[in-house]
Design a protein around this ligand. Structure first.
Ligand SMILES: [Zn+2]
Length: 274
């Protein structure tokens, strides 16, 4: 069995955890925050969690102790997908309270650098606010980010664009990107013969769902209003080769991100009332 004790947060004993807290530099702690939701007829409900954990665990393995990963928070904000069988949705206030309390608990033990790593688009504002709550409560460095380029391609925008084979709108959800990642990470779970191209979301002047073009406003509709199969993209052009290239770039750059994040100093607050 693989020795995960150096990077799996809950694989340690409490004395090992106490020693880890004293390490200089202290490791960054990642809290993976995903969801269980439909991803078309060709991908499992676990897709967001599979991409999240597959990527994050590999970063942690390569980090030589600089990144600890907590157990996955597997459920998120997903009411807009509930028309598709199997999706699990948690109210946003509960998600916010739950995720922020996980982060705050970790900070209370003395960890100073925490990343909430989101794997599902609609969790992103919740992850942002959970990180803010932790900073305000504990005064440490806590931030939110993602390893899923369909949530936000900022980490590997150039690589995703270089690998893109479908046209505009091919990436968003259960599309070219997520299917390629799953073909690389868990090919036995992918049923390519059932993959269909479905780009039903609107493309307007100020709103679009294609990466890397940003939208001028944020809007999330009920998904059954614009997709029949639970796809928004083109999975038919996905490939394991593309998935491997994007996966490797994501792991490499996320490790760089972790090491940079680890160096952020905690500066003193100043009370200007005096
Ligand atoms: Zn997804």
């Amino acid at each position: 069995m693989e020795d995960k004790s150096i990077w799996q947060y809950d694989g340690m004993t409490w004395p090992e955890m106490r020693d880890t807290l004293l390490r200089i530099p202290q490791p960054v702690v990642a809290i993976p925050f995903g969801t269980v939701e439909d991803h078309g007829p060709h991908l499992p409900l676990s897709t967001d969690n599979d991409i999240l954990m597959g990527t994050l665990n590999e970063v942690a393995r390569r980090s030589q102790g600089d990144l600890l990963v907590t157990p996955l928070i597997p459920f998120g904000l997903d009411e807009h997908h509930m028309d598709f069988p199997g999706t699990i949705s948690i109210e946003l206030e509960i998600c916010l309270a739950y995720v922020s309390q996980v982060a705050i608990s970790i900070a209370r033990h003395g960890f100073t650098h925490i990343l909430i790593v989101n794997g599902h688009g609609s969790n992103q504002p919740v992850a942002d606010l959970a990180a803010r709550k932790c900073v305000l409560a504990e005064g440490i460095i806590c931030a939110s980010t993602t390893v899923n380029a369909a949530v936000d391609p900022v980490l590997v925008r150039d690589v995703v664009e270089e690998q893109r084979k479908g046209g505009p709108g091919s990436i968003a959800h259960a599309g070219e990107y997520e299917t390629s990642m799953m073909l690389h990470l868990a090919p036995a779970l992918v049923h390519m013969e059932k993959a269909t191209r479905d780009i039903g979301q609107l493309k307007l002047k100020y709103f679009n769902w294609d990466h890397p073009e940003p939208s001028a406003f944020s809007w999330q509709d009920y998904w059954s209003r614009f997709t029949k199969d639970g796809i928004c993209g083109d999975p038919t052009v996905a490939s394991a080769e593309s998935g491997k290239v994007i996966f490797e770039a994501t792991v490499t750059r996320f490790l760089e991100l972790v090491r940079e994040f680890q160096t952020i100093p905690i500066r003193d607050r100043v009370d200007h009332h005096k």
